[in-house]
Design a protein around this ligand. Structure first.
Ligand code: SF4
Length: 257
């Protein structure tokens, strides 16, 4: 029974339907957590703390952000085995985090903060035919700001390399956010969609990428979600070998399949 779907579920199914099965149907416990996931989530919590402070008109020093980062690692390390890559350690990643957050604090120019970690649940409706999939789209938006040019919907990322234009123009997560905002009464062409990306490699940098979506993109999101839901209901779970297999937490189950 599929009572809702998230962007992450759609993306997991599109990347590898078998992984979706292991993750969301069989709910197989993870034998380890990849460092990149823990790192990204710890940085995310630091940024959430920063914006919460800014919303209260408070300056947030880096040591507060690092305390959040470290608490997140502490919790994950006590509950999970962490798999590190490229010779990284918790200490080396802490140094990287410190440089990244310093760069962020020097560079960021927040607008008026309207919402932080805003949850949503919206019916998935084809804007062209009004067909309703009957499975709501649920998720959370990292940050919504009012800027000089209107409303900006922002997702925070950490990345090892810069994003290319094609990725930003076609990213389904941003399309989902644009769709959600349009369901909440906003004209999609008035909504700026933004990735705020903290770079991990080399010189730590803070990059922002802006785009927008149209009702045509929402119609494509509807069709994509419909096909994914049909695949899940039909139990169409098959392996999709790709670069993402390297470090997949279900490697062993996949071998046995
Ligand atoms: S190892 Fe690759 S093909 Fe197998 S479940 Fe993981 S992502 Fe899918």
């Amino acid at each position: 029974m599929l009572d809702h779907i998230s962007y992450t579920q759609i993306n997991t199914y599109l990347s590898c339907p078998l992984k979706y099965n292991f993750q969301y149907i069989e709910r197989i416990p993870w034998p380890f957590k990849p460092e990149a996931l823990i790192f990204g989530s710890a940085i995310h919590q630091s940024l959430e703390h920063y914006y919460t402070g800014r919303k209260e008109s408070r300056n947030v020093p880096i040591n507060e952000m690092l305390a959040l980062y470290d608490a997140s690692w502490e919790k994950e390390t006590s509950e999970n085995e962490i798999r590190f890559k490229n010779g990284n350690t918790r200490d080396s990643l802490l140094k990287t985090a410190e440089s990244m957050l310093e760069t962020f604090l020097k560079t960021v120019k927040p607008g008026e903060i309207l919402a932080i970690e805003q949850s949503f649940s919206e019916e998935i409706i084809d804007p062209e035919t009004n067909e309703n999939l009957g499975v709501p789209l649920k998720g959370r938006i990292d940050l919504i700001e009012r800027t000089k040019s209107g409303i900006a919907v922002i997702d925070h990322k950490t990345a090892a390399k810069s994003y290319d234009d094609e990725r930003v123009a076609n990213d389904l997560q941003l399309t989902a956010y644009s769709y959600v905002m349009s369901r909440q009464g906003h004209d999609p062409e008035d909504i700026t969609l933004r990735f705020d990306v903290l770079m991990k490699n080399g010189k730590c940098a803070f990059q922002t990428y802006q785009t927008f979506r149209t009702p045509k993109d929402h119609a494509r999101l509807f069709k994509t979600a419909k096909s994914v839901i049909q695949g899940i209901k039909a139990e169409a779970f098959y392996p999709q070998k790709s670069w993402m297999c390297n470090g997949c937490v279900f490697e062993r189950e996949c071998e046995k399949w």
